[in-house]
Design a protein around this ligand. Structure first.
Ligand SMILES: C[S@@+](CC[C@H](N)C(=O)[O-])C[C@H]1O[C@@H](n2cnc3c(N)ncnc32)[C@H](O)[C@@H]1O
Length: 225
């Protein structure tokens, strides 16, 4: 374990600063997506996972800097060596998690992203920050790509499409070690869609609390292995 925090190293801080700033300038780019959602509603249509990802192919929708730093700290306190991430996008959250893995002495962040262009950009961003060796970003649907994390999981971050938190959680639950933490982003943004997930992580071997951090962070602990 290192006493330093890689988030504050010049190369990581520079990449994170640039990505958060690019993401912050994208507000107007959400308009076409909002129009598509309006059309879905009128036509009573549900887009496929791939179709929805295509609409967001240029959009970051990243963890906030404080939620990212919190994820880093959780990973440090768990001494995490294997972290699974649902929804990598351009790799902002992955950078926070990979910095923790590096500072913990090594290991892997297994990312997942269905939009191929985002996978390429995420890898470039991780390499630029000097953290490429700590990530395995798997391209495709996380319901398949995260099925085998390759060993006991210390921590998971859920940040993909909201209706998939529950199935992804159920898939990962048996692979989490006792004391593992699962963070779920956007609990405040999508309270209705995430209500079944919030209910699930409060029973069946887990306990959970919603933290007023970023867009609402669900902090869930697996009580036994
Ligand atoms: C909110 S963004 C993730 C942001 C990222 N965690 C960050 O902090 O930068 C959600 C991402 O999940 C991806 N996604 C959604 N459903 C997915 C699935 N079933 N498998 C893999 N990726 C998926 C989307 O393409 C999108 O890029």
């Amino acid at each position: 374990m290192s006493a330093t925090c890689s988030l504050d190293s010049p190369e990581v801080a520079r990449v994170l600063g640039r990505l958060h700033s690019e993401a912050g300038s994208q507000k107007a780019a959400f308009l076409p997506v909002a129009l598509d959602w309006g059309l879905d509603f009128v036509l009573r249509r549900k887009p496929s996972v791939e179709e929805e990802a295509r609409r967001f192919k240029h959009l970051f929708i990243p963890l906030s800097p404080e939620a990212g730093r919190f994820a880093y700290l959780v990973a440090r306190s768990l001494a995490a060596r294997r972290i699974v991430e649902f929804g990598t996008s351009f790799g902002v959250s992955t950078l926070y998690l990979a910095a923790a893995i590096k500072d913990n002495g090594g290991g892997i962040v297994i990312g997942s992203e269905i939009e191929p262009g985002k996978v390429v950009r995420a890898r470039v961003n991780l390499d630029e920050a000097g953290l490429g060796e700590y990530v395995d970003i798997r391209e495709g649907d996380a319901r398949e790509t995260l099925a085998d994390p390759g060993g006991p999981v210390d921590m998971a971050l859920l940040d993909g499409w909201k209706d998939l938190y529950l199935p992804i959680f159920e898939m990962l639950a048996p692979k989490l070690r006792a004391g593992a933490v699962v963070l779920g982003d956007n609990m405040k943004t999508f309270p209705k869609a995430l209500a079944p997930y919030a209910a699930r992580v409060r029973q069946g071997g887990f306990q959970s609390v919603t933290l007023p951090l970023g867009a609402g962070t669900e902090y869930s602990v697996k009580l036994e292995g």
